[in-house]
Design a protein around this ligand. Sequence first.
Ligand code: MG
Ligand code: ZN
Length: 376
Amino acid sequence: MKNPLKIKYLVFTCLLYVGCSENPKQKKLEIEKEAREPLSIIFMIGDGMGLPQITTAFYFGENTPNFQQFQHIGLIKTSSTSNTVTDSAAGATAFSTGKKTYNRAIGVSKDSIIQETILEQLKKKGYQTGLISLTSITHATPAAFYAHVLDRDMHEEIAEQLINTKVDFFAGGGQKFFNNRTDGKNLFTKLYENDYHLDTVQLSKAVLDRPNAYILADDELPSIIKGRKDFLNEATSMALNYFDEKKAPFFIMIEGSFIDWGGHAENSEMLITEVADFDRTLGTVLKYVENHPNTLLIVTADHETGGVSVGKFYETNKSTGEKKEVPEKVAVYFNSNQHTAELIPVFAKGKGAEVFQGIYENNKIYNKMFEVLNNN
Ligand code: MG
Ligand code: ZN
């Protein structure tokens, strides 16, 4: 027979435990304590995501877009040192290093001098680091946060630099730059030597006491219209849980890569579905920021792609060929299949969000992040 006293004690401690964890004062203390800890930064880039792209989330989605939640909004000027219309390499390098540079440059200044990135600087300070992309993890946008090469197409060199940077959690594509290289090296072996939990098939559970690498496609992942499921949102949740359990401050860059590709392809369905996917992921991140007061979220883009406008929808009468406006609908139009020089919105939430209001150059985002970090 079981000891009734023991059971009574167990019930009592259970009640006590439940009582404590639901105590609002205790919860408030926990949140206040966390608010004093070092600031974590979540940096989301919708590649090619200008205001018209964001607008599609408001007309084509069923729910109110998560973008609606922002109160602190600014605009950036995106020109690079070589071109009025930037590319993703110069755009991301401006964010990651605070230096404007020439188109195609990765982590180097306009004089080709290596510039330390915010990810590298914070890693040195003991931060956890993360990168999530839909393209190869060596592609321009993620690469600009850890690599330093003269040209964005130097994928094999970039892959080696990723391993040397020892990013704690990364997810994307690009297997061929690791295991099918012109120099014959196998960088998967290098990842194992560096103690990585590596998965090339799926987003398996992250291992807490090891760095985690998910390289899930030979080159880029598929777009949503080609069958990608919830990768961006899932990888983002996993990374945030991983950092949360490690109880260390972190810096992560999350890229919605194919908004840009939808613009290049002048494919409105691709554009709309990729913006929706990005907004869904944004919802997950916003919830995290609400529950973690020592976090700063910045959402922006490197440039707009496609010269997109959201305008009148017309239906063509099949027999007469006559075009008639459908007043309750809108259509997406492309003005080009290239990047444009439009000002780009910046959305911020969490600690220091107000600093991101105003109209400024894209490289000032780097300075503003450090302004918030230093004032914390
Ligand atoms: Mg990109
Ligand atoms: Zn592009």
